[in-house]
Write a protein that binds this ligand. Structure first.
Ligand SMILES: *Cc1c(COP(=O)(O)O)cnc(C)c1O
Length: 402
């Protein structure tokens, strides 16, 4: 493959995004001009506190929440942990020790639930259907009088499928059960209104919408008494000790506002390019799109290609200037196939040949065509080297994918 033009395409925005100019400018300005400690009483400190209060009010507005309902955290995982531990404590105080979630949550949810299980909670993980969607009627059927929490992610980070959050919210509110959603992949990509959607708690992370890493927030509806994970000073209403990451918070909120304001334009521009990518990759024989075609984030695509290893595919795509993922960044490097692909019923062999492409908001048609061409070439090349593939072609082993 010598002499072939290499184009740079960063197609792993579900793993993290590049900070926007708006976010970087906001961060630099804050560091230069507003370095005070928000807990200090003199004016330099109070200016930092004002920046923090202002960021809180603006973040709340982006979600349809009130200022007092926003707790800044050190990222999405922390917000997820705090939401679940809060629900566990509130539930236990009322003798409720049953929790409902799904099999394809992020590990920040699944590992926390596993910990709670060891502490005596009963955790029901709902099945996810082949289309990568959770069914609201199955959430309703799983509810019990002792259910302390339902936690269903807004959009799945590997598949990109967007869940029926409003329906699930309505069901939970009717039954008076707390409802949390890990919206880390969804915020800034789809429209969210926590009040209209009956969401009690919601987690987000700045770095998934062109803000900085290591900063996120937890929305918790008024009246929900949060459990703190970090003891110390009285910052964040006593619910998260430690001097606030003022510049990170300010930059995250700048990115959030920008993303939320641009959702319509972003969706209109990127969705057709996503669909062009899907159509192109579907031309590869023995491949399958993972997750529903319609209920999908504007920029995330996930495929399985039979007869190849996702890791080899990624390395060869990297040589072609393409950054992609086989699923979540947390599981890459391990030999187990993705728990998400297994949850939607992909057999182990097929799940190993997965590829997630998550496009940026600046993606071009030329780049999409380069992605399609490159993936086709690499899949063909890898299949050519695979004894398993040769057996399948010779009819000695059946194909699983059509
Ligand atoms: C990225 C991600 C997280 C973790 O967020 P961090 O800020 O990296 O801790 C949690 N849930 C989902 C769905 C994610 O995509």
């Amino acid at each position: 493959m010598k002499g072939v033009k290499v184009m740079k395409v960063y197609a792993d925005n579900a793993a993290t995004t590049k900070m926007s100019k708006t976010a970087i400018d906001a961060m630099v300005a804050c560091m230069n001009e507003n370095f005070g400690n928000p807990s200090s009483l003199y004016s330099i400190g109070q200016r930092a506190k004002e920046a923090l209060d202002d960021a809180r009010a603006r973040a709340a507005k982006c979600l349809g929440a009130d200022s007092g309902e926003i707790l800044f955290t050190g990222g999405g995982s922390e917000a997820d942990n705090q939401a679940l531990l809060t629900a566990a404590k509130l539930g236990a105080a009322q003798g409720k020790k049953h929790m409902i979630s799904t099999k394809f949550e992020h590990h920040a949810i699944l590992h926390t639930l596993a910990k709670l299980e060891k502490e005596g909670f009963e955790v029901k993980l709902l099945d996810v259907h082949e289309n990568g969607l959770v069914r609201p009627d199955e959430v309703a059927a799983a509810l019990r009088p002792d259910t302390a929490l339902v936690s269903v992610m807004y959009a799945n980070n590997e598949l990109g499928t967007v869940q029926p959050i409003s329906e699930i919210g309505r069901i939970c509110r009717e039954k008076g059960v707390l409802f949390h959603t890990d919206a880390v992949q969804a915020v800034g990509h789809v429209k969210i209104d926590v009040k209209a959607q009956n969401i009690d708690m919601l987690s987000l992370a700045g770095h998934k919408f062109h803000g900085p890493k290591g900063v996120g927030l937890l929305y918790a509806r008024k009246g929900i008494r949060l459990t703190n994970l970090i003891e110390g000073g009285a910052q964040e209403g006593g619910k998260r000790a430690g001097t606030e990451n003022v510049q990170g918070i300010v930059a995250m909120v700048a990115a959030l506002e920008e993303a939320v304001a641009n959702i319509d334009a972003y969706t209109a521009r990127v969705t057709p390019l996503r669909d062009r990518l899907i159509a192109g990759l579907e031309q590869i024989p023995h491949s399958i799109l993972n997750g529903d075609r319609e209920h999908r984030l504007p920029a995330t695509v996930n495929f399985c290609f039979e007869g190849i290893e996702g890791e080899s595919l990624l390395l060869m795509l990297d040589d072609k200037g393409i950054s992609a993922s086989s699923g979540s960044a947390c599981t890459s490097g391990s030999l187990d196939p993705s728990h998400v692909l297994l949850a939607i019923g992909r057999p182990h062999d097929v799940a190993h040949g997965s590829l997630r492409l998550s496009l940026g908001d600046d993606i071009t048609e030329e780049q999409v065509d380069y992605l399609i061409k490159s993936v086709k070439e690499v899949v063909e090349y890898l299949r050519g080297m695979s004894p398993l593939w040769r057996d399948m072609c010779a009819g000695k082993k059946p194909f699983i994918l059509k």
